[in-house]
Write a protein that binds this ligand. Sequence first.
Ligand code: 5GP
Length: 206
Amino acid sequence: MSPDATSPAEPLHDPAGSPRGRLTVLAGPTAVGKGTIAAYVRTHFPGVWFSVSMTTRRPRPGEVDGVHYHFVDDREFDRLVEAGQFLEYAVVHGAAKYGTPRGPVERVIREGRDALLEIDLQGARQVRDTWPDALFVFLAPPSWEELVRRLVGRGTEDEAERERRLSTARAELAAQSEFDEVIVNDDVRRASEELVSLMRSGRADR
Ligand code: 5GP
């Protein structure tokens, strides 16, 4: 990853001191329930703005372009990388490319709103380099056994893909100490409320 591709286009701190929103990055291993938490927060906390990622993977049934992801082909993705349009990007699970479009996030933060990125560990590390005052939250499973159970129970991946994801998950679990906060996803509502409360903590205007 070249530093130029991820360096911010504008200063991160507004010199005029106007109130800026807070960027929160939510990461965690596969099948830990990031998507479920995100869906709960979307429904119950409409004030939280979600970044819509770009991906080169195909839409799953029910996924809507521009809502769940912006679905693009490899060529378009690479063009946007070259143009410095991503805050971070990564190849996830050795398969598709995923990236956070930079412009919308910067705009929302400038407007003073809270923004949430739900991304993988590689992406979270890149954001830490370019946006160190973001809040980094790790979503952890109650136990390794529970994570395996959720991954198998989901039934959306074949065996080879499941093995690949589990080996990624093992490495990702080991990285939780890099994060500011760890939330255990033992209950969707409780974990979601803890996330939103962390996002709002430390803000004088709340
Ligand atoms: P899925 O294909 O199941 O929607 O997502 C697979 C993984 O990609 C998840 O771990 C999700 O957090 C991650 N992901 C989604 N969007 C982004 C993104 O913009 N950047 C990065 N680095 N990872 C992402």
